[in-house]
Design a protein around this ligand. Sequence first.
Ligand code: ATP
Ligand code: MG
Length: 400
Amino acid sequence: MKIVIVRYGEIGLKGRNKKYFELALERNIRNQLPGVRTRTTGGRVYVEAGDYSLEDVKKVLTRTFGIQNFSMGILVGFELDDILSTSLGLAEDEVKKGRKSFKVETKRAYKKFPIRSMQLSAFLGEKILERFPELHVDVHNPEFRIGVEIRNRGTLLFSNRLPGPGGMPVGVSSNGLLLLSGGIDSPVAGWYMLKRGINVHAIHFASPPYTGEKAFEKVIDLAKVLSMYNGGKELMLYDVLFTKAQLAIHRAVQERFSLIIQRRAMMRIATEIAHRMGYKTLITGENIGQVASQTVENMTAISNATDRLVLRPLIGFDKIDIIEKAKKIGSFEISTRPYEDCCTVFVPKEPATKARIEDILRAEKNIDFSQLVNEAAGLTKLYRIKLGQVMKVESLAMDE
Ligand code: ATP
Ligand code: MG
């Protein structure tokens, strides 16, 4: 039987909350591999892979936050012949990869098994050397290890460790609403917050007819990418009709303030939805100094429009590093499709770089935000996305 041994990192440090973290990790694994059985014991999660191919399991686990590394194991009984032949099979795979040095590590949790750990390691090591004379033993720095765990249910054998993505299981660190544009930065920002265990949902502001279908398709595709990293949970994407607010702002305020006031309007609408749907934080892809409008002063004015904590995980990143990450995650090619988002359409030629909050508040006096916010929220569409697929589209009933 195939059993995957999953080792987790930081969860192990969580003391009394450990069980909660472990259960979240198990649940996230099961969500993505329906039907598998999982069990946590001795600081590891064991996954019975059932009918899933090792490739399928590998694909899922390399994307599941909270996992440090994992090994594909084989469970046999207590017969020495079975243990030996499985060990030789594992060693053969490594020899084929050109590996030269190894070590056998045995753990005997089931004490009724008659051979002691050291003895069993020595015996298996000798037999492996007999079969593969090109190998040698290196106890300190082996190129591969054969792990043998004698447990109540049988003997679990495994060799190489595959890296997981680290981080924390999604869901253990509250939740957040990501302001998802069609750009490069915001999906990466969402990914980093998922990595820290925040259950991230997304909100997008579109301004048809100034922005088209294709621009929104990009956003759906980006949300699909994020849904591959959230432990198989449902990711909700809120599609807000922003045209009316944008035009009202465009008409009422001096051009140099319009960008900041647009962002503040986005914050207001996102906050309304956060209050109704229970999101604890807002997340943006903002980055200090990246464009003229992303200054400390402007971000202060933007944060000032919400009572929610605003998380800006990319704040100190260089653009090159964000692009590299976007390529790894799989969002870069989507973000760079050539369709405008709503802000590039209305972007002022010379936006204020150090907006003073008094000036912003004065400029906003002519706009009835509470009405705009309620209208926009009322017209919002909700996409439910799971593991890269849109499951359902509905309208958000905001007036209950
Ligand atoms: P991005 O690459 O994420 O678009 P950016 O560097 O282009 O970021 P801006 O366009 O100034 O920066 O946007 C800053 C942040 O505001 C974005 O990262 C995103 O979180 C949010 N944002 C901007 N436009 C939208 C939009 N149309 N819908 C939702 N969020 C948006
Ligand atoms: Mg942008």
